[in-house]
Design a protein around this ligand. Structure first.
Ligand code: P6P
Length: 315
């Protein structure tokens, strides 16, 4: 009998509390996957016409994925608020504003890949509120370092739909099985290889990188001979890095002086997963999970991969 997301309840001291929320993520993933696969027939590809809080062109599917995710978090009954890449402010779930947990989410990561049928993903992390349950959840509840994350993970919408997650007891990958209409354990105890794999970066930015990253990357390439792969969707690049080895990086550059990727719903959840998979998660001179967040949509540079390779890169 294959293990399903119910397996999460057996993992560590947080598993039983996290299972219903991650099952909600799984329901959202199934709905989003179905929407993505039929989007072209409903004219749902393309831009929504507005910009998100990041100043990026919102895709129609960004908006729809955000709505689906929020609705499934509401249906768990255990989530009091959601911080989303697509929403400027914290979204309080009024009917459950007394609940214990908040979820940070990038509902549709890499959505610029959609109109070329490339892989995209959902990235999430779960934290316990700091405010009393009798109070209204506040954005300060989300400003917790990665060391306080209870669970995190991602969904990869590729040839198959995978949900990869951790409650602090290692990393497990579940693949959606169309025959049974549920996620089933397919990649138990995912661990990043210590050597080999690829370096993964948008190298077209190299002449704009800060912190001497151009020379550092050339040093890594000469020391390791690693090949390069880059999809342009963090979830896909990170998933390959965990399975095949290497390093994913997005340095600060002259356009994005504090980095492009968002701390709360990209760097921290992916850093949590990378550390749980035996890898290293660095930002500028500090481990990602040690950064004290100051704002919901704060950006940071990231260097995520096998420990020795990250150390060779950063020196
Ligand atoms: P670039 C997608 O927009 C995203 O937030 C990540 O998923 C991805 O790693 C990165 O930005 C890609 O950025 O500048 O290479 O297109």
């Amino acid at each position: 009998m294959p293990l399903t997301l119910n397996n999460i309840a057996t993992q560590g001291k947080h598993g039983s509390a996290m299972m219903p929320i991650i099952q909600g993520v799984g329901r959202a993933a199934i709905e989003i996957s179905a929407v993505l696969r039929g989007a072209v027939f409903r004219g749902a590809l393309g831009q929504a016409g507005g910009e998100n809080v990041q100043g990026e062109q919102q895709q129609l599917l960004d908006v729809l994925s955000d709505e689906i995710f929020l609705d499934e978090m509401r249906s768990t009954g255990f989530v009091c608020a959601v911080g989303s890449e697509e929403q400027e402010e914290l979204l309080v779930i009024d009917e459950y504003s007394h609940a214990d947990y908040l979820v940070l989410v990038d509902p549709l990561d890499g959505s610029s890949n959609l109109d070329v049928d490339g892989p995209v993903g959902t990235i999430f992390s779960i934290v316990k509120r700091k405010t009393a349950n009798t109070e209204r959840p506040h954005v300060s509840d989300t400003l917790q370092s990665g060391r306080e994350v209870i669970a995190a993970g991602y969904v990869l919408y590729g040839p198959s739909t995978m949900l990869v997650c951790s409650v602090g007891e290692g990393v497990d990958g579940y693949t959606f099985n169309p025959a049974t209409a549920r996620f089933e354990l397919s990649h138990g105890d995912m661990r990043i290889p210590a050597s080999g794999g690829y370096y993964s970066v948008n190298e077209s930015n190299a002449d704009q990188w800060l912190d001497g990253m151009g020379a550092k990357l050339e040093h890594l390439k000469s020391e390791t001979g690693l090949g390069m792969r880059y999809v342009g969707a963090m979830v896909a690049d990170m998933h390959r890095t965990i399975l095949k080895g290497g390093v994913f990086l997005y340095p600060a550059d002259s356009k994005n002086k504090t980095g492009k990727l968002r701390l709360l719903y990209e760097a921290i959840p992916m850093g949590f997963i990378m550390e749980q998979a035996g890898g290293k998660a660095m930002s500028s001179g500090i481990e990602v999970l040690d950064i004290q967040p100051e704002a919901l949509h704060q950006r940071v540079p990231v260097y995520l991969g096998a420990g020795k390779i990250v150390d060779t890169l950063l020196g």
